[in-house]
Design a protein around this ligand. Structure first.
Ligand SMILES: Cc1cc2nc3c(=O)[nH]c(=O)nc-3n(C[C@H](O)[C@H](O)[C@H](O)COP(=O)(O)OP(=O)(O)OC[C@H]3O[C@@H](n4cnc5c(N)ncnc54)[C@H](O)[C@@H]3O)c2cc1C
Length: 503
């Protein structure tokens, strides 16, 4: 039987980054992944020979020297990734129902300002104030800038700024206020909740540079898994961890679904922290702490429509669209049965087989878990396939057609290009990621309770650590940084940050 130093539960971005880094540091690691496919939200799926991403539609910060570039460079995957830079003048295009203008979010700060000045010629001062503040906030996060520093005070004064209030303060034009928040589905933005640092860290990353993975984001997981194996590590799929067992104050082993026990010196969980502690039976994790975590809100979920196009009918686009209704930018997730969808995002997958015409397109619109609660007791993954029943199929079809009607209003003729379509709901996200409610981005950050929503990688069990999007920030960049934070906590120093900076 193998002897591992570290068992990592879950092969999401955070788990893979931890395994790769700690493998480089000489530890023998093993990842236990419940799904057939590794990667968590990095997973792709193929329908009608078209590759669809589950949770990586575009990446920021991948220009030489930028933060994600350096992390990927250190991990040895940067030059192996198949990437395509999005339109320099528009990585995102913002469309508003009833307004024919197209508002471009461009790469590079000067270009970002220039493109918005086309429609807001009198707002240069507001746009400069906005951009300067975003840059200032980003400069206060040491790890984001690949600086070693544990000086929390550096960022403490910017944690409690409300995104909506800030945007509304830079301009009195409600149109521009709405446009600057229009891609807030990137972080499931909420008025009077989303801290400005979340908006800033994410937007800055895409303004710096914006990229698509050609043939899907699962290549990131595959490359990291290759590294892990080359370092002597192991990844076991179809291997759900059911219990984390504590004895005499430390975790000794985990129990798998088939009853097998696996032992190690250290354990890292890439599961949602609430789910981690649900399966950790120990008095050392106090109920007050468990309840505090359970009380934190998770971000909303989504309904995703994946279109397969008839050959050569829909031109490939090198940008994304965010489409919304005027006045609803901060309340898009508060739709009712009657007015859904209040907004949606459109992502065109980059395919090496079909560079000129898109072979598929993903359309995401918010959907709350309660909307699919009728089928909550059905579970379906590639490992355990189950039919959720006819009423669920009817629900999916009805919602898909409503969403398509909305999309057709902004993209006339799109229906004609569709060969077939496939749907994912909050239940799909729940079952593939392993959380309770299909939450897209995990624990919601709240500027009013900023410290409560930062989760420490350390737990009361000295050899059990946490990692993943719930710790600091979601996204591939955020989950990578969480992986680094976990490794620093594990190693007891932050020397790897310098290694990444100098890679
Ligand atoms: C629809 C959607 C779109 C997104 N778009 C983008 C985007 O365009 N750009 C971007 O940067 N980010 C995007 N994100 C966010 C990004 O994908 C995530 O923040 C990130 O991948 C999460 O990584 P993680 O480390 O938290 O792991 P997760 O992806 O949450 O993975 C956790 C892993 O743990 C496994 N697991 C859970 N329980 C167990 C168990 N008991 N035993 C064994 N294994 C278990 C799961 O199967 C899973 O593989 C998107 C997310 C979603 C859902």
């Amino acid at each position: 039987m193998d002897n591992f130093d570290i068992l990592i539960i879950g092969s999401g971005m955070g788990g893979l980054v931890c395994a790769d880094i700690l493998g480089r540091e000489g530890y023998k690691v093993c990842i236990l992944e419940k799904n057939k496919q590794i990667g968590g939200s990095l997973q792709t799926y193929v329908r009608d020979k078209v590759i669809f991403d589950s949770g990586v539609h575009y990446l920021g910060g991948l220009e030489k020297g930028q933060n994600l570039y350096q992390i990927f460079q250190y991990l040895g995957i940067m030059d192996k990734l198949k990437l395509q830079q999005q339109d320099l003048d528009a990585f995102d295009k913002i469309l508003i129902e009833g307004d024919d203008k197209v508002y471009n979010f461009a790469q590079g700060y000067e270009n970002f300002i220039k493109q918005l000045l086309v429609h807001f010629p009198n707002e240069e001062e507001a746009l400069r104030t906005y951009c300067n503040k975003i840059k200032e906030i980003c400069s206060k996060f040491p790890l984001y800038n690949l600086r070693s520093s544990d000086d929390f005070n550096e960022k403490s004064d910017v944690l409690e700024i409300d995104t909506k209030a800030f945007i509304d303060s830079v301009t009195s034009d409600p149109k521009l206020q709405g446009i600057l928040a229009a891609n807030n589905a990137l972080y499931a933005g909420q008025a009077d909740k989303t801290p400005l640092y979340v908006h800033a860290l994410i937007l800055n990353s895409y303004i710096e540079s914006s990229w698509k993975c050609v043939d899907g984001g699962s290549q990131i997981a595959k490359l990291l898994s290759k590294n892990i194996k080359e370092q002597g590590g192991k990844i076991i799929r179809d291997c759900e961890v059911k219990r984390i067992v504590e004895e005499n104050g430390v975790v000794t082993h985990v129990v798998l679904e088939n009853g097998e026990k696996m032992y190690a010196k250290y354990f890292i969980s890439n599961m949602h922290p609430v789910k981690t502690f649900e399966i950790t039976d120990t008095p050392l994790i106090k109920n007050a702490y468990r309840n505090r975590l359970k009380g934190l809100e998770n971000s909303t979920s989504a309904f995703t429509l994946n279109l397969v196009f008839k050959k050569d009918t829909f031109k490939y686009i090198k940008h994304n669209y965010y489409v919304g209704r005027e006045g609803y930018v901060w309340t898009t997730a508060e739709h009712t049965e009657e007015n859904w969808p209040l907004g949606y995002a459109v992502f065109c997958g980059a395919s090496s087989k079909s560079p000129e015409y898109a072979d598929g397109l993903s359309i995401l619109s918010y959907m709350r878990f309660e909307e699919v609660a009728a089928w909550k007791d059905t579970f379906n993954t590639a490992s355990k396939e189950n039919d959720r029943g006819e009423t669920y199929n009817e629900f999916k079809k009805r919602k898909a057609e409503i969403l398509l009607d909305a999309v057709e209003r902004k993209f006339p003729g799109i229906r004609e290009c569709i060969k077939t379509y496939y749907v994912a709901t909050p239940l799909s996200y729940r079952d593939y990621i392993g959380n309770d409610d299909g939450s897209l981005y995990g624990i919601v950050k709240d500027y009013k309770h900023s410290l409560k929503t930062f989760i420490s990688p350390r737990t009361k069990l000295p050899n059990l650590f946490l990692t993943g999007q719930n710790l600091n920030l979601h996204g591939i960049l955020g989950a990578s940084m969480s992986g680094i934070v976990t490794c620093c906590a594990f190693l007891g120093n932050d020397e790897i940050v310098a290694k990444i900076r100098n890679a």
